[in-house]
Design a protein around this ligand. Structure first.
Ligand code: BTN
Length: 251
């Protein structure tokens, strides 16, 4: 069943029951010419996907959504939208927690949202460029653990229910409002305020970390984010590594 909700500005909200993946549905619609601004949510996904080729367990009760955008920007710049999304999702989750919970929220590079050091939400950006290399569309996929979380992950996880606030009411609207707000900040002022807000909540900043890459693991101190959003790692021999993709662990 599909319902269109006309009352969720600024995006056109399309609520689905079951789908393979809200990101995949956004791809299909983007390829058929769907304009920017479609936000697709689903009750469950049969082929939910996570970063780095992993699957995303998508049973009913959690939140799964994807926002289709058509940024007029180079792909490297548009990729900054993953940090924009992480800030929006963190705010929506934070608003459900009791007063004084700011310090419990953190953001793990590149775009996981943590509460009490455990992952509660993940973000997956996917995009397509046309034959001339111009960005055609970009999809921001968001999964929030509301009712449950996976037990068998490399990194500990949690859910809103486990934190005593497992109510999904208005969560998609809060995420949409936050996305809209932070996208406007990014469009008007660029990456600098996004980077600053993200760094203020960053998990492991200044600390010794390891970063698991596809073939190897790097170790060093998490120095900062560079102006493109890459992680700057200072290795023991003093060398500076820019990391574009990987999984961060504190050591
Ligand atoms: C991660 O690995 O942390 C990113 C997970 C992203 C999952 C969301 S759920 C909605 C959207 N559709 C998908 O198939 N994946 C993203």
């Amino acid at each position: 069943m599909v319902t269109n909700n006309e009352h969720s500005p600024p995006f056109r909200l399309l609520r689905l029951n079951e789908i393979d993946s809200t990101n995949e549905e956004a791809h299909r619609r983007a390829s058929q010419g769907e304009p920017a601004g479609l936000l697709i949510s689903a009750e469950s996904q049969t082929a939910g996907r996570g970063r780095r080729g992993r699957s995303w367990v998508s049973k009913p009760g959690n939140l799964f959504c994807s926002l289709l955008l058509r940024p007029v920007a180079p792909l490297a710049t548009a990729a900054q939208l993953s940090f924009v999304a992480a800030l929006a999702v963190a705010e929506a989750i934070r608003s459900r927690l009791p007063t004084g919970a700011d310090g419990r929220m953190s953001l793990k590079w590149p775009n996981d949202v943590l509460v009490d050091g455990k992952k509660i939400a993940g973000i997956l950006l996917e995009s397509r460029t046309d034959a001339s290399g111009r960005l055609d569309w970009l999809v921001i996929g968001i999964g929030i653990n509301v009712a449950h979380y996976p037990a068998d992950c490399d990194f500990p996880a949690t859910s809103l229910a486990a934190l005593g606030v497992g109510d999904r009411e208005n969560l998609i609207e809060d995420v949409a409002a936050g996305l809209n707000r932070w996208i406007q900040v990014w469009q008007a002022r660029g990456f600098a305020p996004v980077r600053e807000a993200w760094l203020a909540k960053s998990y492991g900043l200044g600390q010794p970390i390891s970063v698991a890459l596809a073939e190897t693991t790097l170790s060093g101190r998490f120095e900062t984010l560079d102006i493109s959003g890459a992680l700057v790692l200072r290795e023991a021999d003093g060398s500076r590594q820019l990391v574009a993709a990987g999984d961060v662990f504190r050591v």
